[in-house]
Design a protein around this ligand. Structure first.
Ligand code: URA
Length: 297
């Protein structure tokens, strides 16, 4: 872990019991008895939708003799379930929403592990989601090697009024390899590649079908061909921030596993049937669970 990147000025006062930390968007605080149930957390799994979180927790529970599922009380922003060492949490859509979930989960983890760097570094993080493929057909699962923004530069935010802080969007290569290996030979098409995180589903993903459109067919194709030539294999909306924040604290174990819903080189609209979309998104869940069962048991 990178001790200098952790906000000790705030977080250590919470550990010392000087004041509680209120994880407002999850509806709990560090002093709540409910937090005790989460202390043995070994993995934090993020997904955009709350329904997916509920399904994941039920699936994990079934794999662990019906282990109890604990829900955090507030569900109006994020849906959270804890079961048998895994905290599943939804993050909504896009980096502004997901960054709130990640910041509060980082604070929660620091509290749960008593600020112990080794214990925190043992925790595996993953985002499981959907994406637009770039040169890959719908239904391919992409395990991300690096998360970048639409200009292929890292996630960055205003800092100190006039500057920008650039985050490191690299995903740990050994973990990506292990995620792919855990699903080898199981009939799921899995690829590794860079992933663009767009700030917008339409404009920053260069779609032509938004209510507002700033591209031509030519500029859209030029962008897609450029990012493909630079090793990008899919486009989603959170990965560059997620990797940036986890690298900032120095977590060694995290991954992003996204199913493609379409090939953006072929079109913009998601036209797959309900059954196809279900199958595609099941695949990313299967890849996650193969890895989790291999590594956590
Ligand atoms: N999610 C995205 O962000 N983009 C897509 O094209 C599909 C899913």
């Amino acid at each position: 872990m990178r001790d200098e990147s952790i906000n000790h000025a705030f977080l250590d006062g919470v550990l010392a019991g000087e004041y509680p930390d209120v994880y407002y968007h999850f509806g709990v605080a560090s002093g709540d008895g409910l937090m005790d149930a989460l202390r043995d957390v070994r993995a934090i799994i993020l997904a955009g939708s709350g329904d997916r979180i509920v399904e994941f927790a039920q699936r994990w529970s079934a794999l662990h003799d019906g282990a109890p599922i604990v829900a955090l009380p507030k569900e109006e922003r994020f849906v959270t379930r804890y079961c048998a060492g895994v905290l599943f949490a939804s993050h909504g859509m896009g980096m502004p929403s997901a960054s709130i979930a990640v910041q509060e989960l980082l604070r929660m983890l620091y509290f749960l592990k008593g600020g112990d760097h080794d214990a925190m570094a043992d925790v595996f993080w993953a985002r499981v989601g959907t994406s637009g493929g770039v040169g890959l057909p719908g239904g391919t699962v992409v395990v991300t090697t690096e998360g970048v923004m639409a200009d292929l530069r890292p996630y960055r935010l205003l800092q100190g009024g006039s500057g920008e802080y650039w985050f490191d969007g690299t995903f740990p290569a050994d973990v990506a390899d292990a995620v792919v290996a855990a699903s080898a030979g199981r009939g799921i098409p899995v690829e590794q590649g860079r992933t663009v995180a767009g700030n917008e589903f339409f404009l920053e993903q260069f779609r032509l079908d938004g209510a507002i459109c700033m591209e031509t067919p030519e500029s859209k194709t030029a962008w897609l061909e450029w990012i493909h030539a630079q090793g990008v294999r899919n486009i989603e909306m959170e990965g560059a921030m997620l990797a940036g924040y986890l690298n900032h604290w120095g977590f060694p174990k995290f991954a992003m596993i996204c199913a493609t819903l379409l090939d953006r080189l072929q079109g913009d609209q998601v036209t797959a049937s309900k059954e196809e979309l279900h199958l595609f998104s099941e695949r990313s869940g299967d890849v996650l669970f193969h890895y989790l069962t291999t590594t956590l048991g």
